[in-house]
Design a protein around this ligand. Structure first.
Ligand code: ATP
Length: 307
């Protein structure tokens, strides 16, 4: 059975009269890729800063691998939202600097820097100053700096901010590869597509509260998906068959168009296909929309996720 890598219990943080975290509780098991989704100002950076030991909570408890944060610092890698690399140092010097902070020395330090350069696809730029890098390359170096000491828990705070699509994909690939290698990852973002495609389980933070925490597939099942189709001719037989479909709601739009709402979109599409085949009917249009985390957020809060 996997053990708990991260435990957060009733965590609170005040900045003066503002309560940025209002009693947040969740756990992450060893080997998980856990997403933390929330709009700007939800408290994600505050939470990540506490989990990496940069901030002290006002109340509550956080533990990594069964130990309080200050005892578990060597197990934790932080990829901060604001770039933490030094522009006047080369990529290799940056990595060696961060490795030294965690006690790596000599051959081990140099070998590890080489491995990390390879992993973040910067080997060919290793000896150029970070200041000359593109936004995406700086982000990758920022990630590399957090990997030097081989942390068991990696905390990523909005790692794709200001990054072009190609570098974003490189970061995704690297995150997936690290996770497949056994690293536990907490990935925060306000981009729902990123979290939805990367993270099997997700916590949704809003106004300092965790308003949902579950498997992504389960959260998506909170809402039905929609299938719209158009048929050349509406017949009694079609209406009858639609009425007979279990766990489905449907309505007639205009002009032979229909909208079917169902929690299991692929299954419902298959059923509709057999209804059309049975009636010898060929739809002229068909379109399916599955729910996404953006709509789940809207459903839970009544607000859009984006500002
Ligand atoms: P973003 O993605 O915009 O960084 P976030 O979800 O990471 O948002 P936080 O940065 O944790 O949110 O901020 C949560 C709330 O706490 C916000 O209202 C913010 O203005 C406030 N806050 C954060 N840091 C401080 C601070 N040092 N002093 C006062 N208020 C702060």
């Amino acid at each position: 059975m996997p053990s708990l890598m991260l435990e957060v219990a009733d965590l609170r943080k005040h900045y003066g009269s503002l309560e940025a975290l209002q009693g947040v509780t969740f756990v992450v098991e060893e080997g998980e890729l856990f997403g933390l989704l929330g709009p700007n100002g939800a408290g994600k950076t505050t939470l990540i800063s506490i989990l990496s030991g940069l901030l002290t909570p006002s109340a509550g408890r956080a533990a990594v691998a069964g130990r309080p944060i200050w005892e578990a610092r060597a197990e934790i890698g932080l990829v901060p939202q604001d770039l933490a690399i030094y522009g006047e140092l080369t990529a290799r010097e940056n990595l060696e600097f961060f490795g030294q902070l965690y006690g790596l020395r000599g051959t081990e330090l140099r070998r590890r820097a080489e491995e990390v350069l390879e992993a973040i696809a910067l080997t060919d730029r290793a000896d150029q100053r970070a200041a000359t890098f593109s936004g995406g390359m700086k982000r990758r170096l920022n990630l590399g700096a957090a990997l030097m000491h081989r942390p068991r828990l990696l905390l990523l705070d909005e790692p794709t901010t200001g990054v072009d699509p190609q570098s974003r994909n490189r970061i995704f690939e690297e995150v997936r590869r690290l996770n497949a290698g056994g690293m536990t990852i907490v990935y925060t973002s306000h981009y729902m597509e990123e979290v939805q495609s990367l993270c099997p389980r997700v916590g949704i933070l809003d106004g300092g509260k965790l308003i949902a925490c579950n498997f992504t597939t389960k959260l998506l099942r909170l809402l039905p998906g929609q299938i719209r189709f158009r048929v050349p001719q509406v017949t009694e037989g079609l209406i009858q068959r639609l009425n007979d479909l279990p766990q489905v709601a449907w309505q007639r739009l205009d002009d032979g168009r229909f909208e079917v709402s169902a929690h299991d979109v692929p299954h419902t599409l298959l059923r509709l296909a057999s209804v059309f085949a049975e009636l010898g009917m060929e739809p002229t249009e068909i379109e399916a929309n599955e729910p996404n985390l953006e709509r789940v957020f809207l459903h839970l809060t009544g607000r859009e996720l984006r500002d």
